[in-house]
Write a protein of this length. Structure first.
Ligand code: ATP
Ligand code: MG
Length: 522
């Protein structure tokens, strides 16, 4: 049986009321629950206490005219618009027009009233009422959706956007939970084939016993994909918007699906905007770093070049003016100064260019299989010939380095920077040990000296470009070596650490995976 409509018949004539009741109960299309009142007063009282869907109103009541009744009805029910069908006598069309102007839906002439006429009139008014209610509901929903979308779009912070969205949609649909699931980007890019790692944002009941992996399979859920599209209009799946209801059975309505689709489209736009903002911020930050680096380069060059250039100029002009009269030994000394200072300046330029390549992510990285033991022992022999005999080199190799692949140029940079530090910062000489340890999937090497060491509190900063410790005194350097070394190590997928005690020496340890697949970042 369809829901009964509540009707109120207000007529002082009992016979008429009976007739209307009989006509209406015969309606094959609708079922009515009928109340009766024999005066306007009683009718108004009923309206106030029991809400009804329609009033059949006799225009001529003993205690009040139909027009007066309508005015009082609006007053007493605080303007609520219960539809009214007026019943008039023959020739009362003038009055009926007035009543229609006051909001009466229809009027019928009592004398001609037939069952089907009354039934049709009542059905039409009720149909109109249903459409109006639906229209109001749709307008209200549209208003809520617009407010919700505005709130979603007000933020550029992705987490905030997603939490706002789930909260607002959950309130709108009044379901147990709304969930936004982001399919894990890693699962996608690494092509692991498992697309089951989901990042979820949700709002609603804590009681739902939901397993994230079952979210997408459950029949109870209303699921809408969230798809991003870039400027080339290529679609990229991002995740899902899911409505879940388990406290009772729920048939999802088509307008609810429409809301979910609309929200999903708006979410995709908001997500893209937030992602764009993050990318811009990262680029801006990078740009700032580059600018800082460039100005540091200018400062360093002007500072570091002044002294050696002055020495070169002085030596060169002495040679030019007095070269003919100088002893061979002195001439040689000046030429040595020029050569040494020029070499120093050239290294500085090389280091800065290398560092700049790293900052711009443009360093070339090409790995080949390498026998590390052989590689390092030949580098150590090269070093040995360059330094004075105050330093003693010790080389230890244990384990197997089989299967190691690395970039020769970058490994040479790592070695030469660490080795030159070990020598430079142990001016009194001593042992410089190089240990190479081969493990199953990685190699570890460390260089240990017995030099000046590094103050503990300054150790963590020294991998930053241009950072030097306070105890270097007059030992030359620009503070680029460790930054370059760290960047080279990281390109190999490894890590570097430092262990040092002032005046007791320094140990720098490098761990590198034997094989490293570089992620392309540029
Ligand atoms: P360069 O760019 O010419 O290498 P640098 O040696 O000063 O200059 P880094 O190699 O980056 O620069 O080293 C940074 C700082 O770390 C050094 O200035 C020094 O203070 C400290 N340091 C590095 N290695 C050692 C070491 N083995 N013993 C003591 N201090 C060290
Ligand atoms: Mg150095």
């Amino acid at each position: 049986m369809p829901n009964a409509w509540k009707l109120l018949i207000i007529d002082d004539c009992a016979t008429d009321r009976k007739i209307y009741r009989r006509f209406l109960l015969k309606d094959p299309h609708h079922y009515y629950q009928i109340m009766e009142a024999d005066s306007a007063e009683v009718g108004l009282g009923l309206c106030q206490n029991i809400p009804c869907d329609l009033i059949l109103l006799d225009f001529c009541l003993p205690d009040m005219s139909g027009i007066e009744f309508l005015d009082q009805l609006r007053q007493k029910t605080f303007g609520s618009s219960v539809p009214v069908i007026m019943l008039t006598g023959r020739g009362d069309q003038e009055i009926a027009v007035q009543a229609m102007k006051r909001g009466v839906q229809d009027y019928l002439v009592k004398q001609h009233l037939k069952p089907d006429v009354l039934q049709l009139a009542v059905r039409n008014v009720i149909k109109q009422l249903c459409l109006q209610t639906q229209l109001q509901k749709t307008q209200e929903r549209q208003r809520l959706i617009a407010t919700m979308l505005l709130r979603i779009r007000q933020s550029l912070d992705l987490e905030e956007i997603l939490y706002t969205a789930v909260r607002e949609v959950q309130q709108l649909l009044k379901c147990d939970r709304i969930i936004v699931c982001q399919s894990s980007p890693e699962a996608d890019s690494e092509q692991t084939g498992q697309n089951n790692s989901l990042l979820c944002y949700w709002a609603g009941s804590d009681d739902c016993n939901l397993n994230p992996l079952e979210l997408l399979d459950s029949q109870e859920n209303l699921i809408v994909p969230i798809t991003l599209s870039d400027q080339q209009i290529v679609s990229k799946p991002w995740g899902f918007l899911i409505a879940h209801h388990c406290t009772e059975k729920r048939e999802w309505q088509s307008d609810e699906l429409e809301i979910m689709c609309e929200v999903s489209v708006q979410l995709a736009i908001a997500i893209q905007q937030a992602e764009l903002l993050t990318q811009t911020q990262v680029a801006l930050e990078k740009e700032k770093q580059l600018n800082a680096f460039k100005s540091q380069i200018i400062t360093t060059i002007s500072h570091e070049y002044r002294t050696p250039l002055a020495s070169i100029l002085a030596a060169a002009s002495t040679l030019k003016q007095h070269g003919d009269h100088l002893e061979e030994l002195k001439k040689h000394k000046f030429l040595h100064i020029i050569e040494q200072k020029a070499r120093h300046m050239s290294k500085l330029i090389d280091d800065m260019l290398v560092m700049n390549q790293f900052e711009l992510n443009k360093t070339k990285f090409k790995t080949i299989p390498l026998d590390l033991e052989q590689f390092f022992s030949s580098l150590i022999s090269e070093q040995q010939q360059l330094v004075s005999d105050r330093h003693e080199f010790i080389f230890h190799s244990t384990g197997s380095n089989k299967g190691f692949c690395g970039d020769q140029g970058l490994l040479r940079l790592i070695f030469s920077n660490l080795m030159s530090n070990a020598i430079k910062y142990s001016p009194k000489g001593g042992n410089v040990e190089f240990h190479l340890i081969g493990k199953e999937s990685e190699v570890i090497f460390f260089i240990q000296d017995q030099g000046i060491g590094i103050p503990i509190e300054e150790q963590s900063n020294l991998f930053q470009p241009f950072c030097r410790a306070s105890n270097v005194d007059t030992l030359p350097g620009t503070g680029l070596g460790l930054a370059i070394t760290k960047a080279c190590v990281e390109l190999h997928g490894g890590n570097i650490s430092l262990d040092s005690q002032p005046n007791q020496g320094t140990k720098v340890t490098v761990c590198l995976p034997k094989q490293h697949i570089q992620k392309s970042s540029h």
